[in-house]
Design a binder for this molecule. Sequence first.
Ligand SMILES: O=P(O)(O)OC[C@H]1O[C@H](OP(=O)(O)OP(=O)(O)O)[C@H](O)[C@@H]1O
Ligand SMILES: O=c1cc[nH]c(=O)[nH]1
Ligand SMILES: [Mg+2]
Length: 209
Amino acid sequence: MKIVEVRHPLVQHKLGLMRRADNSTKTFRELAGEVAALLTYEATADLECEDAEVEGWAGPVRVRRIKGRKITLVPILRAGLGMLPGVLELIPAAKVGVVGIRRDESTLEAMAYYENLVGDMADRTALILDPMLATGGTLVATVDMLKKAGCTRIKGLFLVAAPEGLRALGARHPDVEVYVASIDERLNELGYILPGLGDAGDKIFGTRA
Ligand SMILES: O=P(O)(O)OC[C@H]1O[C@H](OP(=O)(O)OP(=O)(O)O)[C@H](O)[C@@H]1O
Ligand SMILES: O=c1cc[nH]c(=O)[nH]1
Ligand SMILES: [Mg+2]
């Protein structure tokens, strides 16, 4: 399975700021968007390009442009919405399909409650957006959904992942590529990532667990 831990200084610095316990909702949200944009830069590095010609200021000029499969963004409700603005800054024309999955905090089982994907999933590369990859249950359920809809090229963008979640994904969907700002140490007994960020959804939306 392809796993890219993005070591770029801007990503590491911004993630370090996100780990502070005293961040305001505004600060956490802004940083989530900024790191998401930087992850997008990495995750799109292999997009296919082609030559084209445009009329420039001094006559015709050869340029490069992206060709091939289009992208659909798939934020997982609710925390994935916190990454969406940053990703859309780099891919403003992307279509967005939304998936609602909530983790039952006592059983840690992923429960799907909403699905609204774009129609032509088979022709698109899906970029799943979720700040946290913990046990992997939410991600596996999302990939199940996307594949059922015909999607064959799937990448996931995460701020923090636990080794346990990466193993679970590798066992079920080894073809999915992962781009993550940090692979952290482990899950605690409640299924939270250590050192992690705490509850990313609550921090992005200003709610409290
Ligand atoms: O890998 P897992 O163990 O499945 O956990 C990860 C999921 O848990 C969090 O969402 P949560 O269920 O808290 O929903 P929220 O986005 O509404 O906060 C997080 O944003 C992931 O979606
Ligand atoms: O550490 C974790 C695990 C799941 N969901 C979160 O928001 N944080
Ligand atoms: Mg949450």
